[in-house]
Design a protein around this ligand. Structure first.
Ligand SMILES: [Zn+2]
Length: 705
């Protein structure tokens, strides 16, 4: 189960939908004024005009966006009427339209298609945007109006959605320091700008370290054991690096994982895996140790300043989990169930090594290799045997089919659309009655300009905040192996799950049905819509539908489906422990009560010893490249397994009826997907399921009971 970062945008925004023909051309004034952010986009479905956006447009657009945002705020403050929901809360929701548009486009491009110019802009703008946000968050006149509306909230006949928005917006102001005195607000502003600067640096360092390392292989015998697809990929990586005639492997997962699974060269596996786990920890210009220590220290200071004991207390207050203790309760329970399973997996692998006369002790860089052997031995399942059935386009269409069966949606490829990158594909999503639902971009393959992982963002989110329906434009980004030679791109089982996972986030955004644009989504709930889709991906009935052999067109045979089903507990000890170690590390950092400098390597080492992590397993992320806890997942990486309690329990509702039960699907859509971010999490879930979730389905699914 690959863990993905969901891009969390600070601001939300919307555009008024204008119907344009697919081939409509930019009007004269766009060409003469140059900056496409300063006029109507005039594109089909009003998608961003990627073909006309140049790096030099961003800073002027950000600057004008901030000016306009400030003017919007001034207008709210200076409104002579008494503060009301409409003239204050709804007006705030509508404010800063241009800034939101620019931020979303920039965020999309800098994540998946960055370059030196964009990196420089990102560095320059991060502290300026943090300062801008603080100016608004800490504006006492504005807060006074929000508070006035908040205090009369029970007398105003507000809808449930309005009340939820008001209460949470008020809380957000308080949590951003609106009630601090001037001196503390100044301190807070300084901390925010520092945090923002350091976070950008951290991310850029991880990307640089990922791109810097190359395992260069010069002799064919060092390729022993590797499958053809992996070798062909390495030939192409070498060509790209100007090393014609050699083979290059990188620490990007599509290159590294097959190497770790299949390479018979133990020393080379070690070299590659070490390079991966040392990213950001090489005492060079891209070292992240001091940066992360500073970030954690500043976060404790920030939490303390706002009256919280720890950063985790601060973060979790607004999450479904509520507080650090309930997170630890869940993590510890699963940790205790999974650690013994991982240990017995280790023994099974050591037995293979001994039987083969290896004469060494299993190490972390051996795990994938012997796990693969074990998989073949125990389940007769080989990823290379599956791949021909998992052609990327068929898997994608399989995900579309599931959405069609559940919600009646259809997906039609669009031609002639502006694309964020030539690799991207774009679809129009329609409802069962043929009406427009939204636009979906998909961008599947790795490149050096793209950060690792897979994620789903939006170029525009659904709302009705300007009175008319605004349709979503969703962007799904992955890092799947490229097609090699004349063959189409083919996925591993894990990549299939990742595609369905991110597509689930896509559906969550596409099927959103809310009035205001300001939402309060929580990572420990928002992985429910994504992870539940992984269940459908692995159901025999669904596999039979989409998994077809790329040459013969034959559907996947029953014996392979059976093997997939039988192997679902395979390596679950490792997968769970590797992931939980990272969750626990995240919680450990963010439950520190005192600001302090940390020796990160020592801190990690001590902590993993304390919790009994076995040395054959390295935490899924080590500190110096744990990008999730820099982005929106600080004290939040646990969210995937918290959500898994929900998705495992929720999927049982389909299993109890049938996989595409229309009543259950409609309830899931209405109570979860449509409302996400605008209602209480537990209430949303109980409204769907009729009761609270239980942990048993999760433990059962992972074979941990
Ligand atoms: Zn996700």
């Amino acid at each position: 189960m690959i863990k993905k970062a969901l891009i969390i945008f600070i601001m939300t925004f919307g555009l008024i939908f204008t119907a344009c023909t697919k081939n409509s051309e930019a009007p004269e004034e766009v060409i003469s004024t140059g900056n496409p952010f300063f006029s109507e986009y005039n594109t089909p479905f009003n998608v961003p005009p990627f073909d006309r956006i140049k790096p030099e447009h961003f800073i002027p657009a950000y600057e004008r966006g901030m000016e306009e945002h400030k003017a919007d705020i001034e207008a709210i403050i200076n409104n002579p009427e008494e503060p009301s929901f409409e003239n204050t809360i709804a007006a705030l929701d509508r404010s800063g339209k241009l800034l939101s548009e620019v931020s979303r486009v920039f965020s999309g491009l800098s994540g998946a298609n960055t370059n030196d110019e964009l990196r420089a802009i990102q560095k320059e703008m991060a502290p300026r945007l943090a300062a801008h946000n603080d100016e608004i968050n800490l504006n006492s006149n504005l807060f006074a109006r929000v508070k006035a509306v908040y205090e009369q909230r029970n007398e105003k006949n507000l809808t449930d959605e309005q009340l939820y928005l008001l209460e949470n917006l008020y809380k957000r102001y308080v949590r951003n320091g609106a009630e601090l005195n001037d001196e503390d607000q100044t301190k807070l502003k300084h901390i925010n700008q520092e945090l923002s600067r350091l976070s950008v640096q951290f991310g850029q360092n991880v990307l640089a370290e990922t791109n810097d390392f190359k395992l260069i292989i010069e002799s064919e015998e060092d390729l022993a054991g590797l499958p053809e697809s992996s070798i062909t990929g390495a030939v192409e990586a070498a060509r790209e690096a100007g090393l014609e005639g050699q083979w290059v492997f990188t620490t990007q997962k599509p290159s590294m994982i097959p190497f770790l699974q299949y390479s018979e060269k133990r020393d080379l596996r070690e070299k590659l895996y070490r390079a991966y786990t040392k990213r950001g920890d090489n005492d060079n210009e891209h070292d992240n140790k001091k940066i992360l220590s500073d970030i954690i220290k500043l976060r404790v200071e920030r939490a303390n300043l706002l009256g919280y004991k720890t950063y985790a207390d601060y973060i979790l207050e607004t999450r479904m989990a509520g507080n650090p203790q309930s997170v630890y309760d869940l993590l510890n329970r699963i940790w205790e169930a999974s650690l013994p399973v991982a240990k017995s997996e280790r023994e099974e692998m050591q037995a293979i090594i001994d039987r083969e006369g290896g004469g060494f002790k299993l190490a972390s860089w051996d795990w994938w290799y012997y796990a693969e052997k074990l998989r073949k031995e125990k389940y007769q399942l080989d990823d290379n045997e599956l791949r021909p059935y998992f052609v990327l386009s068929s898997v994608r269409d399989g995900a579309f089919w599931v959405a069609n069966q559940l919600y009646g949606l259809t997906f039609e490829p669009l031609d002639g659309m502006p694309l964020p990158h030539p690799d991207a594909q774009v679809f129009e999503v329609k409802e069962a009655d043929g009406s427009h639902c939204g636009v979906l971009y998909m961008d599947f393959h790795p490149r050096t300009s793209k950060r690792a992982g897979a994620w789903c963002g939006t170029y525009r989110s659904q709302s009705r905040k300007y009175g008319e329906e605004i349709d979503p434009v969703v962007n799904l980004v992955c890092n799947f192996s490229r097609p090699v030679g004349d063959d189409p791109a083919m996925l591993t089982l894990e990549e299939v799950k990742t595609l369905f996972h991110e597509f689930g986030h896509g559906l969550d955004n596409l099927l959103s049905n809310i009035t205001y644009g300001t939402t309060f989504r929580s990572p420990d709930f928002s992985e429910l819509p994504s992870q539940i889709m992984e269940h459908w991906a692995m159901e025999p009935e669904v596999l039979k539908h989409y998994a077809e052999h790329y040459q013969t067109g034959e559907p996947i045979p029953d014996n392979l489906v059976e093997k997939i089903v039988n192997s679902k507990f395979f390596n679950q000890g490792f997968i769970t422990v590797e992931y939980l170690a990272a969750c626990l590390l995240d919680m450990k950092y963010h439950t520190l009560t005192e600001p302090q400098y940390l020796d990160l390597n020592q801190f990690e080492k001590n902590y993993f010893e304390e919790i009994g992590l076995i040395p054959e397993i390295v935490s899924r992320y080590r500190s110096t490249y744990f990008s999730h806890i820099i982005g929106g997942y600080a004290a939040g990486y646990y969210g995937y397994i918290w959500s898994e309690v929900l998705d495992s329990d929720a999927f049982e509702a389909f299993k109890e009826t049938n996989l595409f039960d229309q009543k259950t699907a409609a309830a899931f859509r209405r109570h979860v997907l449509e409302k996400n971010g605008t209602a209480d999490y537990k209430t949303m879930y109980v409204n769907f399921r009729g009761r609270e979730p239980g942990i048993e389905p999760l433990l059962r699914n992972r074979g941990l009971q």
